[in-house]
Design a protein around this ligand. Structure first.
Ligand SMILES: [Ca+2]
Ligand SMILES: [Ca+2]
Length: 317
């Protein structure tokens, strides 16, 4: 039944999944052209799912992570219904659920992973959540910008959940904070970051570059880990809105490929990738998901890479 979820994989890069919906969804107001995507929501809070084509009609149904249809319960106000009529209420219990939509006009089924987050209030005074070190978010948002308020909650991740595809070409495990700690781990992610990364990957492929996937070097960082590596306090990684990545498939050796084909792997390959992304940005590809774009040279610990984020204002370094 949940065929898409069954396509588990190993390693960080898998073959490029290019399938797009014939009829896009609109999830929390963002256009989602992918047959698999994710929603991050607080317990019992609502989110919206509509067909982008307003004349289209269809239905939704909730499933548990094993593919069993959720039974109607006090924890779930509606386990099925009509897409677009009313906001959908998330289950009361934190965890991973699957919501499937069926489009009556096209027959298409789209799968949304619904991650009901564990509330921030569960982080104890020592900065730990169920033993996992989160650390402390700054009390004052940077320049009073609400995107720097502490996140409302975190997605709990068990060992078996790292391979969940949260969008066609990315898995939950790729975005975990790199701190050396056991499970359960916790992560915070912004859906807009996934939309931006998928857009970059799809555009690379549609422009003739056969790129299987993006290797995420750093996605979410807990405030604890971010501080431990000596990074600035207000890094967008800490809010799940940034990714450092490179392309590594030929040769697959753990470092950036020679993207500009000059025979060496160095900062210029990150520049090539950043320029590609900057051109997309200039053409308006990212909408409200514009943000930072940084180029990093290799050092003793890593090869060259780029940083992107979805802070909502342009920044380039
Ligand atoms: Ca490589
Ligand atoms: Ca090169």
């Amino acid at each position: 039944m949940l065929a898409l979820l069954a396509l588990a994989r190993t390693g960080d890069v898998f073959s490029f999944e290019k399938t797009l919906l014939n009829s896009k969804l609109s999830v929390n107001g963002s256009t989602v052209p992918y047959p698999i995507f994710s929603v991050f929501v607080m317990p019992s809070k609502t989110f919206t799912v509509e067909f982008a084509e307003k004349s289209h009609t269809g239905s939704f149904q909730f499933f548990d992570a094993n593919g069993e249809a959720l039974k109607l319960s006090p924890n779930l106000p509606a386990n099925s219904g009509t897409v677009g009529k009313t906001p959908i209420t998330a289950p009361k219990q934190s965890g991973h659920y699957v919501l499937k939509t069926t489009n009556n006009q096209t027959g298409e089924i789209a799968t949304l992973n619904v991650f009901v987050m564990t509330p921030l209030e569960k982080v104890d005074k020592a900065g730990k959540l169920n033993g996992y070190i989160i650390g402390k978010y700054p009390e004052k948002p940077l320049k009073n910008n609400p995107i720097y308020l502490p996140p409302q909650g975190f997605v709990e991740v068990s060992p078996g959940q790292t391979d969940i595809r949260i969008s066609p070409n990315f898995t939950l495990g790729q975005f975990l904070s790199k701190q050396q700690q056991g499970f359960p781990k916790y992560v915070h992610l912004r859906a807009g970051l996934l939309l931006k990364l998928e857009n970059i990957l799809h555009t690379l492929n549609s422009e003739g570059y056969t790129i299987e996937g993006l290797t995420i070097m750093s996605g979410y960082r807990t405030p604890f880990y971010n501080k431990a590596i000596g990074n600035v306090q207000y890094s967008r990684h800490v809010w799940g809105g940034a990714a450092d990545f490179y392309i590594d498939q030929s040769p697959k050796d753990g470092v950036m490929d020679d993207l500009n084909k000059d025979g060496v792997v160095n900062r210029e390959d990150a520049v090539w990738l950043a320029n590609f992304i900057a051109n997309m940005s200039k053409q308006g590809a990212f909408g409200s998901r514009i943000g930072g774009l940084g180029v990093y040279d290799a050092n003793a610990a890593h090869g060259p890479f780029v940083h992107v984020d979805v802070r909502g204002t342009l920044a380039r370094w």
